[in-house]
Design a binder for this molecule. Structure first.
Ligand SMILES: [Mg+2]
Length: 343
């Protein structure tokens, strides 16, 4: 008799998460929010909460050290967790760092990794308070957990978007994916001919987006100063389209976004074209930008209207209206989600 075998690829990343956690029920009153948002939320007494988020990065799956300098890797591993804390409208305070190392790594190499981790701790004002170190058979493994703080009523979840809310994104999108394509291309050139020097000078913006993303804590502080609490929020780690699906699913709403409102940097656009990629597809499906996607109620719009780095890309609709991108020519195209497919 053969045992039942289902390929993980059949479920996909999000399907697997749902499948494994469908029977998980929280027992403790302090578990305010469990699985299903950018971070878990834990009651910390007297109207305060802690948020907790964790990420696992594996060499050869999530990063390639042939073009990712170790200090950048350390910084990025912290930044991606801080981004999830930001996505809850919380302020990061502590991290723990766990690493698996193969014997390929020297003490100096690990020091270089930690140089980036410490730089990120300075940059985000967080303390490194623990972790674990272990041997690895397959290169470098990094798992970071970040802990943040917020007032209970300040926390922003994915499920608060309402019809007519305005969809906002920070910064520009697609750069990290385009940067990754450039780094991969130059790696292949180098492998074919080690004498060739990689040509990266004209791509510093997009490669920087891939190698050293910055979590948007600046925006979180500015929203607070401007008196704006988003109705829903998450960070853009898997691509705008995928994140819009998450917000729509959690909030039970639809969304319409406009192609001509999507923020794309000129270098991202030009490089995408050079690589024969559709720039809008890069914006919609490119991962790792670590910008914020959030919704605000219409009455908050005047407070953000003039903000140079917040872009209003569309609005929330009723769930039956679906999820659409209106192209520059005015055609409404259904948005398709496309998360990471590592499996
Ligand atoms: Mg997230």
């Amino acid at each position: 008799m053969s045992e039942k075998r289902t390929e993980i690829g059949n479920l996909g990343e999000f399907g697997l998460i749902d499948h494994l956690n469908k029977n998980v029920k929280v027992k403790n009153a302090t578990s305010v929010k469990g699985i299903g948002d950018d971070a878990a939320v834990i009651d910390a007494g007297s109207e305060n909460v802690k948020v907790v988020t964790t990420d696992l990065l594996i060499e050869g799956v999530h990063f390639d050290l042939s073009y990712m300098p170790l200090p950048h890797m350390g910084f990025k591993a912290v930044a991606v967790n801080i981004s999830d804390v930001a996505a809850m409208n919380a302020v990061p305070k502590q991290i723990t760092v766990s690493i698996g190392l193969s014997n390929r790594f020297s003490v100096e190499a690990v020091e270089a990794l930690y140089e980036g981790i410490h730089a990120a701790c300075e940059h985000y004002g967080v303390d490194l308070v623990g972790g674990d170190t272990t041997a690895s058979r397959s290169g470098l493994v990094i798992s970071i957990t970040a802990i943040g703080e917020a007032k209970k009523d300040e926390v922003v979840y994915r499920d608060g978007a309402k019809a007519n809310d305005i969809l906002c994104v920070t910064g520009d999108l697609g750069g990290a994916l385009v940067g990754l394509q450039i780094l991969e291309r130059e790696k292949q050139v180098f492998l074919a001919n080690p004498e060739m020097k990689p040509e990266l000078d004209k791509y510093t913006l997009v490669t920087g987006r891939q190698l050293r993303p910055d979590a948007r804590m600046d925006i979180i502080h500015e929203l607070k100063e401007l008196g704006v609490k988003p109705t829903s929020m998450m960070d853009i780690s898997d691509g705008l389209a995928s994140e819009i699906f998450h917000i729509c699913k959690a909030s039970n709403v639809g969304a319409t976004i406009y192609e001509d409102k999507l923020p794309i940097d000129k270098q991202t656009f030009d490089t995408a074209v050079e690589l024969n990629l559709d720039p809008i597809t890069c914006v919609l499906n490119g991962g790792e930008d670590y910008e914020l996607l959030f919704t605000i109620s219409q009455e908050d719009f005047p407070k953000l209207e003039k903000h140079a780095d917040i872009h209003f890309i569309g609005h929330i609709t009723k769930p039956e209206e679906g999820k659409y991108l209106v192209t520059k020519s005015g055609t409404a195209v259904q948005i398709k989600a496309q998360g990471w497919k590592h499996f």
